[in-house]
Design a protein around this ligand. Structure first.
Ligand code: SF4
Length: 562
């Protein structure tokens, strides 16, 4: 079922008013891969009447007012990405293409969409119901954060948007509880997974240095980020608070993760896997090409690459769906009128983190003082690709399925560490689940750059490469590896890029094409390095390329013809 976006749909449903109106910076695509659609369906399942307004015109009331005013709250999201990441390249040039805007032309999502939409609501609805922020943009800007686009430390977005509540991380549990409390006119102060504004600090919360302090003191900003990062696991986190102006941001501990049964229910809700017809008439969205017939098997990531924000947004504990649930969803794909037999992806943030977790982490939370994969794989983790092999086999056997691809990136160090099922897993992938090329993301090969990224070394990559081609040649298939690489990460010089180029041609025997310039997105350790020009773990001063022309040159060294 599509969530209504027009007055006619409300009339057809017999809804006089809505409890919740969700406003988003993307088009409305009804898919389990789109956060606003997931939150909308979860609230409807819980008995609330929900509508969606996508990419509203910010210069008139035509869109924002078309569903009236909600009875409980407005939910505001920038969309699946931070709006500035969506609108600009890593060298701050305007992006013209947009995979989540009808017609693919980027012209509907304002910069700092969350702030703009909150202001838009207040412009046309004075003294309205609470404005609740959510989604990636709000989640990763929830405390004082470095903002690359203004090259400054900004306050919590909750203050800049003048909103009432911010739901962070994966929002299902917190948003349903929030709706229930607002309906009952109950207090929300102790609700996990939210931030709110208070005139005073919270007695049992850790007090972070104030916004004013961290905005002018890089050392204090670094300490603040460590404390924030450590207090991100629902089993161990304490609440935080931070003075922003005269008032305080209160950051409650994260919501508890969904159980497997709850996760199964979320992904088996009634998604249309299409763009709502109201927006489809404006043009197709490209994102659907990759998500329409894909299956999400798990959430969370303990890879903790320093440039990635998934650990902060989704958590370091991987939660996975039951194989039965994934298979049921696959059967529904087969019944879809547009399905041609191809499942485009089976995966999550990292394809091969399905079906196993560290028992210590599940019982007591993530370790504060070490990482699960870096600098070496923790012996407590015990990788086991058995459950994923079994799942892929079941998916292949479904009548109507011609091919199942694994397009999400595979973490090859994890694969090689699984002595029992690692090689059989790769064999399965090579035999059945590669569409000509398999993506891997070494990101770099120079040891000192990899150390700043928190990524495994080049030796593991070469071992994996050898194994991949051995298995591929054994079945006489023409398949190859594509390598995702990053230029201009903090600590990376032109010399490092030349070393990467040499490695690529001599060892990998390729001329790389997939090279991205590093973007310092909010709330990552790499962004902290970019801003402070120091390694936050050792305090060492590091080289950081900040000139756009020289960033481009780093990329050109690797992709160029010479
Ligand atoms: S014990 Fe090891 S695998 Fe488990 S949470 Fe700690 S670092 Fe990660």
């Amino acid at each position: 079922m599509f969530i209504p976006t027009t007055k006619q749909e409300l009339d057809q449903l017999g809804w006089q008013a809505l409890d919740v109106i969700l406003v988003t910076g993307d088009s409305y695509v009804d898919s389990p891969f789109v956060g606003v659609a997931v939150v909308g369906h979860v609230l409807i399942e819980a008995g609330y009447r929900v509508g969606i307004i996508a990419q509203p015109d910010v210069h008139s009331q035509d869109d924002i007012a078309r569903l009236g005013e909600p009875e409980l709250f407005w939910g505001v999201s920038g969309g699946c990405m931070d709006s500035l990441v969506a609108n600009y390249t890593a060298t701050k040039k305007r992006k013209w293409a947009d995979d989540l805007t009808p017609g693919g032309r980027n012209g509907r999502r304002p910069n700092r969409a969350v702030i703009v939409y909150a202001n838009l609501i207040r412009r046309y609805f004075k003294h309205t119901k609470p404005i609740v922020l959510g989604g990636v943009e709000a989640s990763l800007r929830r405390i004082a954060h470095y903002d690359f686009w203004s090259d400054s430390v900004r306050r919590s977005i909750l203050f800049d948007a003048k909103a009432d509540v911010l739901v962070y991380g994966m929002a299902e549990r917190a948003v349903v509880e929030l709706a229930s409390r607002l309906k009952a006119e109950a207090e929300i102060d102790d609700l996990r997974g939210i931030c709110y504004i208070s005139p005073e600090r919270k007695a049992d919360a850790i007090e972070l240095p104030s916004y004013e302090k961290v905005a002018g003191d890089k050392r204090a900003f670094t300490e603040m980020f460590h404390t924030f990062y450590r207090n991100n696991d629902p089993l161990t986190a304490q609440g935080l608070c931070q003075q922003q102006d005269t008032r305080y941001l209160i950051h409650n501990p994260p919501a508890f993760y969904l159980t497997q049964q709850e996760l199964d229910q979320v992904y088996e809700m009634d998604f249309e896997r299409a763009q709502h017809p109201f927006y489809e008439r404006l043009g197709p969205v490209r994102a659907l090409e990759t998500i329409k017939f894909s299956l999400a098997t798990h959430r969370g990531c303990y890879g903790e690459c320093n440039f990635c924000s998934i650990a902060v947004h989704q958590g370091r504990t991987v939660r996975w769906r039951s194989a039965d649930s994934v298979v049921r969803e696959a059967r529904r794909l087969v019944a879809h009128p547009d399905f041609k037999g191809y499942i485009q992806d089976v995966g999550g943030p990292t394809a091969n983190m399905y079906g196993f977790e560290c028992q210590k982490k599940l019982a007591k939370g993530s370790c504060e003082d070490r990482r699960c994969l870096y600098p070496r794989i923790c012996p407590q983790l015990k990788p086991d690709h058995g459950p994923q092999i079994a799942l892929l086999k079941r998916l292949r056997q479904i009548k109507g399925v011609k091919k199942v691809f694994v397009a999400s990136g595979v973490r090859y160090d994890l694969l090689l560490a699984d002595k029992q099922h690692g090689v059989p897993y790769l064999r399965e992938i090579v035999h059945h689940h590669v569409s000509g090329q398999m993506k891997v993301a070494p990101e770099h090969v120079a040891e000192r750059v990899l150390r700043r990224m928190g990524k495994p070394g080049a030796k593991v990559l070469l071992r994996f490469r050898e194994l991949f081609y051995k298995l591929t040649q054994a079945i006489h298939k023409k398949q190859f590896l594509t390598y995702y690489l990053i230029a201009a990460h903090p600590g990376c010089t032109e010399r490092d890029m030349r070393a990467l180029k040499r490695f690529a041609s001599r060892e990998l025997r390729i001329r790389p094409e997939q090279v991205q310039i590093f973007t310092p997105t909010p709330s990552t350790y790499s962004s902290l390095m970019y801003y402070t020009e120091r390694d936050p773990f050792t305090g060492e001063s590091i080289f950081v390329e900040k000139e756009p022309v020289r960033k481009e040159r780093q990329k050109e060294i690797v992709v160029g013809m010479k």
